[in-house]
Design a binder for this molecule. Sequence first.
Ligand SMILES: Cc1cc2nc3c(=O)[nH]c(=O)nc-3n(C[C@H](O)[C@H](O)[C@H](O)COP(=O)(O)OP(=O)(O)OC[C@H]3O[C@@H](n4cnc5c(N)ncnc54)[C@H](O)[C@@H]3O)c2cc1C
Length: 467
Amino acid sequence: VTSLLPAARLDELACLVDERGLRTDADALEQFGRDWTRAHTPAPGAVVLPASIEEVQAIVRWAREHRVAIVPSGGRSGLSAGAVACAGELVLALDRLNTISDFNATDRTVRCGAGVITAQLQAFAEEQGLFYPVDFASSGSSQIGGNIATNAGGIKVIRYGMTRDWVAGLKVVTGAGELLDLNRGLIKNNAGYDLRHLMIGSEGTLGIIVEALITLQAPPGARAVMVLGTPDMAAVMEVLAAFRDRVTLEAFEFFSEEALAKVVEHQGLPRPFETQSAYYALLEFDTPDEEAQAAALACFEHCVEAGWVEDGVLSQSLQQAQALWRLREDISETISRWTPYKNDISTTVSRVPALLAEVEEVVSANYPDFEIIWFGHIGDGNVHLNVLKPEAMAMDEFQRRCGEVSEGVFDAVARHGGSISAEHGVGLLKKPYLRYSRSAAEIALMAQIKRVFDPDGIMNPGKLLDA
Ligand SMILES: Cc1cc2nc3c(=O)[nH]c(=O)nc-3n(C[C@H](O)[C@H](O)[C@H](O)COP(=O)(O)OP(=O)(O)OC[C@H]3O[C@@H](n4cnc5c(N)ncnc54)[C@H](O)[C@@H]3O)c2cc1C
């Protein structure tokens, strides 16, 4: 596979798209060559912006013929360097396939081009009196195609599951240039292997997602948000168990005092309450009637008496609920100025306390001079461990040291049967550690599967695995 795109090749490519479809200017190469990670210098050969599925197919066939590496690109909000093009690749950006169509009220499905922005779909659902529940802080820029390619999770997984659960059909152009129309909205379809689910989470290594049929659902009713201060992570898990038994949880998130302090300082937000705790839990739960509210308050009191909660606040209005959510949602953006090294680990909810105790030991023994920010979707067994780069330290040195410590963290993850990438995908950043979560036999099978869908190895080469 070549990454070189000489002028003659670019001329051929220009013939496959319209006048807005090919960019080689420095701005475009810089912008489309990177995602939210900042560890690689963007250096794509060109950026192609097809305006139709037919154009995507033509580009892939051309790339196959000339063995040109393609990096599929969505909103580039990814956190694993999956959409990074740093070796002269052709970036294929889905931005222009951004149409929402064919809403079907009976099936509660809607057709989305891969380039539809997550928030655009959420707003469309709301206009129909329905709800698209996949949500996270990057909803304003991430695309449906990118969400599907990473099987994105987010803040509502505890109630509504991952992106995978909302994909009723998928159109994919494989690395061989074939167009597959997978599942077509069927609820029941046991006619053979479900290739749709193979494509979900494949990080652009098997093909290009060009369109999806997305399921919508009835919106949730009244809800309230609570932020609770807790003395330690073990208490956070006790609070989770207590509330899950008594209310219907829409979300259960957590963050450390260090995370809160940064958000308060840099976003100008007020603290939720005076008391400073080591960790905070943020809960959203249904409040359909007074009984549900009373149950939540009784549970709060129970948690205080048990010593799991030191202080708390309950939202009294939608505005207050939104303000409390910002304490959690603004963390990623706030800490991005320290180019954090992110670990996105998970295990089963029951094993979280033991895993976190071990990870904390590894971290405090190995990162004594680094600032650590904990937050995440702990109700799903998923925590984000962020190491902030000291200003004076060079990026290479920082990455190297973090990489070393990651081995210890991932050892603990493996002992607890967990995942080294709960929701961000593997990309370039987590590729060296895939073996901590997947067996050699599984990785070998994945490489074989890649060769079936991408016989010439042109689809996002070097990401996820070396095949
Ligand atoms: C502030 C912030 C908060 C975030 N919070 C969360 C969170 O809570 N949960 C979560 O899961 N993620 C989260 N993310 C990560 C990211 O937003 C999600 O992974 C998102 O779904 C990526 O979508 P994207 O369109 O930006 O994809 P990109 O970054 O453009 O691409 C991601 C991967 O998918 C591939 N790809 C993109 N589009 C296609 C396509 N059409 N066909 C085939 N492959 C494609 C790319 O090659 C790459 O490998 C967060 C990111 C930020 C910046």
